[in-house]
Design a protein around this ligand. Structure first.
Ligand code: SAH
Ligand code: SF4
Ligand code: F3S
Length: 464
């Protein structure tokens, strides 16, 4: 979408920095914080910004939520169970608050942004001290200051959904891998999806801001950057700042590994495939959510591509990007989905052969177009279908994994293996988890290995 975003002004950012300093000087402020994150990578990255903001106020992170003075839940509302899980955990903390009255409980993220939710929190969750929506994240310092000085609950959900905040502090979870947001929001309105209502309109960061952030990550020794956006392919500000151009610029900068997500199949251009094919640092992996293999369901979902077009794009990717691995998202039990339409999803999965896939049972979301459709499927039908679909995904993935035995993969080592302390694990460029012999000194390094065997969801490799 060619919309020029509103950049949140320097004076507003300064106002927040002032509030952060004032909090740091308060005698009664919380000393420690713990953030519980639900949902997707965008939320995980938002939590890194929340952590950065809290540290700018002098708070320190604690790994245990029961010992923290402030617990912040960064929530997701993509499906009903995501929301229920978050609310269940928030309510659990209420018990703790009885024995620890100074405990502050905050809730933020997509669920809070959902229409009607702020009211519900106000009425039904009196023990929540602080609640704010996705568009208020940068105001955390002033909101917390208000809470601490006035001792009144603060609930703030803005409907201003076209702005971008630059220059906020970030505390990244990893030294070797980093998320970098390129665009915010979504204008696609897939009929089942709540995201456009809670993340606002599509807006892209300026390329110079993205490149400056990438430069500083590179200088700090980051090995892998994952570009984030709900639909990164539509990145752009109406100029020559397109997603393929951005990829090329990052590739030339020499970022060792570049990944990106999520790509919408309707916007997967030849230019993007070419950028992936030519780039020397762009990972040979694409997450390309298909959702369904049936044209009728795809149309009812407002996905704006057909099965044929999707398969054509997959063919072009496999032809031009050697050894590319594909992953996807799938929904079963969309309203009115027939047995035959579901079988088309299974057959598409068999045709493509994904490395892995996220499979979901359709969950009606209030306010979305699909929530108004008839033809809801009984739970047992959806459960049975998702079981069959998972088996089809696993068969394809096992075949793909077996096909990699004997090949060489470059693994970015992330951690010591949980099962065997003499092994480490990380991801190859295709995004598959690979284990190898090693120790703590390997963490953060990229190590070439030959794949020796395949297990469920992991490959075993040997250093070469
Ligand atoms: N922007 C990304 C991801 C969106 S959310 C994209 O377009 O792919 C991640 C996944 O959640 C979606 O791809 C979809 O498969 C699933 N999802 C979204 N809304 C859902 C709903 N109401 N019920 C079940 N699954 C849903
Ligand atoms: Fe939701 Fe569709 Fe946007 Fe993805 S592209 S966030 S599924 S509306
Ligand atoms: Fe959930 Fe919001 Fe992400 S609804 S999937 S956390 S954009």
């Amino acid at each position: 979408m060619n919309r020029t975003p509103v950049i949140i002004g320097a004076d507003e950012i300064r106002r927040q920095e002032d509030a952060a300093e004032r909090i740091a000087a308060l005698p009664n402020r919380p000393d420690s914080y713990h953030i519980v994150t639900y949902g997707c990578q965008m939320n995980a990255h938002d939590s890194e910004t929340l952590a950065g903001l809290l540290e700018s106020m002098g708070l320190e992170e604690t790994p245990d939520r029961t010992t923290a003075d402030l617990v912040l839940f960064n929530t997701c509302c993509i499906r009903d169970n995501a929301e229920r899980r978050a609310l269940g955990n928030v309510t659990w903390l209420r018990q703790l608050k009885r024995s620890k009255p100074h405990l502050l409980i905050g809730v933020c993220g997509c669920m809070v942004q959902r229409p009607g939710m702020a009211d519900r929190i106000l009425r039904q969750y009196p023990f929540i001290d602080l609640a704010f929506g996705t568009h208020n994240l940068h105001q955390l310092p002033s909101m917390l200051y208000e809470l601490l000085t006035r001792r009144e609950r603060v609930i703030r959900v803005s409907s201003e959904d076209t702005a971008i905040a630059e220059g906020l502090p970030i505390k990244r979870a990893s030294d070797s891998k980093a998320y970098l947001t390129v665009m915010y929001g979504c204008d696609n309105y897939c009929s089942y999806c709540i995201v456009p209502y809670v993340r606002g309109r599509e807006r892209s960061r300026a390329m110079r801001d993205i490149l400056a952030e990438a430069e500083s990550l590179l200088r700090s020794g980051v090995q892998e950057i994952t570009l984030l956006g709900q639909n990164v392919n539509s990145y752009g500000n109406g100029t020559d700042e397109t997603f393929p151009a951005l990829l090329r610029a990052l590739d030339e900068m020499g970022v060792p590994r570049i990944r990106f997500m999520t790509s919408h199949p309707k916007d997967l251009s030849d230019g993007l495939i070419e950028a992936m094919a030519r780039g020397s640092h762009i990972c040979n992996h694409l997450h390309l959510p298909v959702q369904s293999g049936s044209d009728a369901i795809l149309s009812a979902m407002n996905r704006r591509y057909t099965r044929e077009r999707y398969l054509e794009r997959v063919g072009a990717l496999r032809r031009d990007v050697p050894g590319i691995g594909l992953t996807t998202d799938l929904i079963v039990g969309f309203p009115g989905e027939t047995e035959e339409q579901f079988e088309q999803t299974v057959s598409l999965v068999q045709t493509v052969g994904y490395d892995s896939a996220y499979t979901f049972i359709y969950s009606p979301r209030e306010g979305t177009a699909a929530a108004r459709l008839g033809g809801r499927l009984p739970d047992d039908v959806s459960s049975q279908r998702i079981g069959r679909l998972i088996r089809a995904v696993e068969e394809g993935s096992q075949e793909a994994y077996r096909g990699m035995i004997g090949t060489v993969e470059r693994v970015l080592v992330e951690s010591i293996s949980k099962r065997d302390a003499s092994r480490v694990s990380g991801k190859g460029t295709r995004g598959i988890t690979i284990t190898l012999d090693g120790g703590p000194e390997d963490i953060g390094k990229i190590i070439p290995v030959r794949i020796r065997s395949a297990a469920v969801n992991t490959l075993r490799g040997e250093r070469i």
